[in-house]
Design a protein around this ligand. Structure first.
Ligand SMILES: CC(C)(COP(=O)(O)OP(=O)(O)OC[C@H]1O[C@@H](n2cnc3c(N)ncnc32)[C@H](O)[C@@H]1OP(=O)(O)O)[C@@H](O)C(=O)NCCC(=O)NCCS
Length: 239
């Protein structure tokens, strides 16, 4: 993928999501922070007041810095954007590349050790726990980080690596390593991650390689019947 194609794709993704737009002015920034505080209070039973969230939630602080750095990045001030993002990493342990595309309502709980790569895209109302990486495998250029749909939960320590999509309303288990696309409404666990539930239904282990072939089974049944008929015919002839 050329650089131009990559930029075009990123712009299209941003337009389609209508999210992660650079905040406009102080008022826009304050509104965005207010919304982030509300989201944390709604989603974390331990959060007692807005003041507590504002003063003590490192996930919120990282998002506050990201909004600033992303706005600068979008306006071409890449170095200052990176400096802010690195400052935030130093203060919170959460590294969000200023180029990442993040929807509304992201809650980074506990936070420490979270890494969100440049071409990662995150939908609305997602939750990410400490130690999560939305990163690349090192094999791709251009878009190389994952896209999370809406209402995705990524458990503590999970690594989601590569330029694929994690579907809406999906849960990635703590400690999972996700290396390929995950469908909507599912739960993925393990290393490498496997989908164990879709829409609250358990997915039984399927042997995708040694799967039985129904056509061959039918041929085998017909062959048995022919053999039996041949034997009967021989018996009748021999009488
Ligand atoms: C995956 C998770 C979201 C549960 O999702 P769920 O859809 O309710 O799934 P279930 O609990 O029904 O588990 C489905 C299967 O996955 C297994 N499983 C669940 N979490 C797992 C994990 N982290 N690693 C490996 N397997 C896991 C369960 O044992 C179960 O297996 P079984 O069907 O053989 O019994 C939850 O277990 C989890 O990992 N949450 C992360 C929370 C977190 O990071 N908290 C940090 C707070 S500080």
């Amino acid at each position: 993928m050329t650089h131009q194609e990559f930029e075009k794709r990123m712009k299209k993704a941003r337009d389609a999501f209508n999210r992660s737009a650079p905040v406009s002015g102080l008022r826009g920034y304050v509104d965005a922070v207010r919304k982030d505080i509300k989201v944390i209070k709604e989603r974390d039973p331990a959060a007692r007041s807005g003041a507590e969230v504002l003063l003590s939630y490192s996930g919120l602080h990282a998002m506050m810095a990201y909004r600033l750095s992303h706005t600068l990045f979008e306006r071409g001030h890449c170095l200052s954007a990176r400096l802010i993002s690195q400052g935030a990493r130093f203060a919170t342990g959460i590294e969000i590349h200023p180029g990442a595309t993040i929807g509304s309502g992201l809650f980074i709980d506990h936070g420490s050790g979270v890494v969100i790569g440049e071409t990662a895209e995150i939908g609305d109302n997602c939750t990410i726990y400490q130690g999560v990486t939305l990163g690349g495998t090192g094999k791709h250029t251009g878009k190389r980080h994952p896209t999370l749909g809406n209402n995705v939960m990524v458990g503590a320590g999970a690594k989601v690596l590569g330029p694929f999509r994690v579907g809406n309303n999906t849960k990635i288990a703590a400690g999972a390593v996700v290396l390929s696309e995950i469908p909507d409404n599912s739960t993925a666990v393990g290393v490498p991650a496997k989908v164990v539930k879709i829409g609250n239904q358990r997915v039984e282990d399927l042997d995708q390689v040694n799967i039985s072939d129904p056509v061959m089974q039918e041929f085998a049944r017909l062959q048995e019947q022919i053999t039996a008929l041949e034997e009967k015919l021989r018996e009748i002839e021999n009488r």
